[in-house]
Structure formats: structure tokens, C-alpha cells
Design a protein around this ligand. Structure first.
Ligand code: 5AD
Ligand code: SF4
Length: 347
């Protein structure tokens, strides 16, 4: 068989949902550039067949930029003394949740650094109040916690949890996240799944030292965990971190990982991440045409938003309502509509 026949067959196999081996995944990631469009189209068809043409919305509140960790890539790292830190009050968080509700967005994502100020009790009270006052579906994205905490959060009414595994390479993980343990993170993810959370994981693409083999392992982690949501975004260097100046302008590789994630996991919820929109003006639309089906507008109040400075130049200026109406126009141009429904992972 010629190499081009081999590549065509691999794409057909991937689109048909046949089990992909690690070698298959690596080959998809390494396909010559001329196959990119075919790969994205295959992922787009699987997205349409499995998830439909609607784009699900999740409203984010970044309620604290305090973080006790020191990840080399992240602007919120403890060692970044240039950052002005904030914590939103409970009432501010509730008022923002009410705004999300008013906009018609059915889900709130509560996101923060790893901030133990927000104890189990405080987080539970927040969840209970949001459930009672707004009835929004609650997603937490607050890092590694004990099984006991996760149980309490669930009891209080949280239904979903995002915890990106960041990279499948134990060595890279150890280097990038000093003092953190990869196995522990995976254990957290397994706990979340066992408890019945709709669980999100994901990675960054374009990290220094990352290879296509490592990216294939990222995709296998997503598959093996049976994750329900996948956050796949490009690494963007932050000037106030040890990785300052390591440029990543390769949107192509992130889109490829995203497309292969769709082909591999079929019916998962995959956001077109803000990081993609930051790296490329068309990043979000390109992702939505390469397998993604979710967008997550940021509802964090203006006074705090710019201080949630994970990486520089985060896209989306203006209020979330303005952002959504701009997105709506963009999405119509590619034949997609926003759906104001919960967007659970289909069975
Ligand atoms: N570039 C892209 N994404 C980043 N994150 C942290 N730092 C960066 C960066 N420099 C992402 C990580 C993490 C979340 C807080 O943001 O994936 O899960
Ligand atoms: Fe903290 Fe998460 Fe940033 Fe690491 S990636 S420094 S844990 S906010």
C-alpha cells in the first residue's frame, strides 16, 4: 500500500470510530500538512453526527486568582509577585451567577487557583446558595482536593468538575508543576468519575519538551478516563513566569489534537478554548469546525477579569452579554446556533 493510501485509510478508520492504537494516534498527529483539512472535516462530521449543530454555553466566574502552587507556565503561580491578587466575596459571586442566569446560560463554571481560603464549608455554602437562588448547573474548577471535599461538593449540589491533567508525561509534569504528583492528579480524576461528576480533563499543546508521542498519551488519558469534557488549549508563554519567551504560534497542532480527540472520544463536550481565540483571531471558529462544540464566555466582573492573568492577551473584551452577541453572529456564519440548554454528555 502506498503511503497516501495508508493515510487515507487511517482517516477513514478514525472517522468510522474504530479503536485507534497509540501508533494510529501518533500517525494522525504527524500527518503531512496537506491532510489537515481532511482531518478537521472528519472531526467536524463526527461532531455533527454525535453532538448536533448546537453550541453549548458555559458561563465562567473566576472568583479567586490566589494560588498556592507554582506551575512554571502559569501567571497565577505563587511566585509571581507582579500580580495583584483578589478574592470575590460570596455576594459578588452570587450576583455574577444571577447575571449568568439572566442571560439564559444554563451552567456556571466556578474557577480559581488552588486557594485553601475557600474551605470545604465555604465552597459548599456557595454551591447551595447558587443552586437555591439561580438553579444553575454548577461546574467546579478549583484544583486538587480530597475525596471528602469532592463528596461534600457533590452533596451540596455540584454536578461537574474540570481538572486538566495538563500533560501525560510524568517527567514534564514533574518539571512544570514543582511539588505536584501526577498520580495524585489522576487519582483525583478517578475519584470524580467514581462519584458521578461529569468530569473534564485536558492538556496544553506546545509545551517545551512536548512530543507527538506525549500528545498521543494525552489523548489516551482522556479516552481511558472516559472523561466527559476535554479542554485542549495552546500553551501561551507568560512574561512573569520561568517559561517567559518560549513562543508558541502553532495553532495548527492544537487544532489537530482537538480533532483527534473528537475522533477518538466521539460524544464528549469539547470547548473552543479562550486560549485558542487568544492565539489566533479565528481560533474559536476554527476549533468549532475541527471538532469543538462548546464555548465558555467569561462573566467575571470587569474589575477582576484582567487580574485572572493565566497567560497574556486573553481574548474577549467587553461584557459577557456583548461577547455572546458577537459570537452568535460569528457562529451563524458557519451554520451553527447557540443552544441555551444544559448540554449534558449524551449517553
Ligand atoms: N498557557 C495556556 N494555558 C495555561 N494554563 C495555565 N497557564 C497557561 C499558559 N501559560 C491553563 C492550564 C490550567 C488552567 C488554569 O489554565 O491548562 O489548567
Ligand atoms: Fe495554580 Fe492552576 Fe496556575 Fe498551577 S495552573 S499555578 S495550580 S492556577
Amino acid at each position: 500500500m502506498s503511503i497516501s493510501d495508508k493515510n487515507e485509510n487511517l482517516l477513514i478508520k478514525a472517522e468510522a470510530g474504530k479503536d485507534l492504537t497509540r501508533e494510529d494516534i501518533i500517525a494522525l498527529l504527524k500527518l503531512p500538512f496537506k491532510y489537515s483539512a481532511a482531518l478537521y472535516l472528519a472531526a467536524d462530521r463526527v461532531r455533527k453526527q454525535q453532538m448536533g449543530d448546537e453550541i453549548f454555553l458555559r458561563g465562567i466566574i473566576e472568583f479567586s486568582n490566589h494560588c498556592e502552587r507554582n506551575c512554571l507556565y502559569c501567571g497565577l503561580r505563587k511566585g509571581n509577585t507582579n500580580l495583584s491578587r483578589y478574592r470575590m466575596t460570596e455576594d459578588e459571586i452570587l450576583a455574577t451567577a444571577a447575571q449568568i442566569k439572566k442571560t439564559g446560560v444554563p451552567t456556571v463554571v466556578l474557577q480559581s487557583g488552588e486557594d485553601s481560603f475557600f474551605s470545604q464549608d465555604i465552597v459548599c455554602r456557595l454551591i447551595e446558595r447558587i443552586r437555591k437562588e439561580t438553579d444553575l448547573i454548577i461546574t467546579l474548577s478549583i484544583g486538587e482536593r480530597s475525596l471528602n471535599d469532592y463528596q461534600a461538593f457533590q452533596h451540596a449540589g455540584a454536578n461537574r468538575y474540570l481538572l486538566k491533567h495538563e500533560t501525560a508525561s510524568r517527567e514534564l509534569y514533574k518539571y512544570l508543576r514543582p511539588g505536584c504528583d501526577w498520580e495524585n492528579r489522576l487519582q483525583c480524576l478517578r475519584h470524580l468519575k467514581q462519584l458521578g461528576f461529569e468530569t473534564g480533563t485536558g492538556n496544553m499543546v506546545g509545551l517545551p519538551g512536548q512530543t507527538q508521542e506525549i500528545l498521543a498519551d494525552d489523548l489516551l488519558v482522556m479516552k481511558l478516563l472516559n472523561a466527559d469534557m476535554l479542554g485542549i488549549g495552546p500553551f501561551i508563554a507568560h512574561p512573569d513566569t520561568p517559561l517567559a519567551g518560549i513562543d508558541n504560534d502553532d495553532i495548527e497542532l492544537t487544532l489537530r489534537v482537538l480533532a483527534v480527540a473528537r475522533l477518538l472520544t466521539r460524544n464528549t463536550n469539547i470547548p473552543a478554548t479562550t486560549a485558542l481565540a487568544t492565539l489566533h483571531p479565528q481560533g474559536r471558529l476554527l476549533a468549532l469546525q475541527a471538532g469543538a462544540n462548546v464555548v465558555m464566555p467569561d462573566f467575571t466582573p470587569e474589575i477582576y477579569k484582567s487580574r485572572y492573568d493565566i497567560y497574556p492577551g486573553r481574548a474577549d473584551v467587553g461584557s459577557a452579554v456583548e461577547i455572546i452577541s458577537r459570537l452568535e453572529k460569528d457562529f451563524q456564519s458557519i451554520g451553527r446556533t447557540l443552544l441555551y440548554s444544559p448540554g449534558h454528555r449524551p449517553n
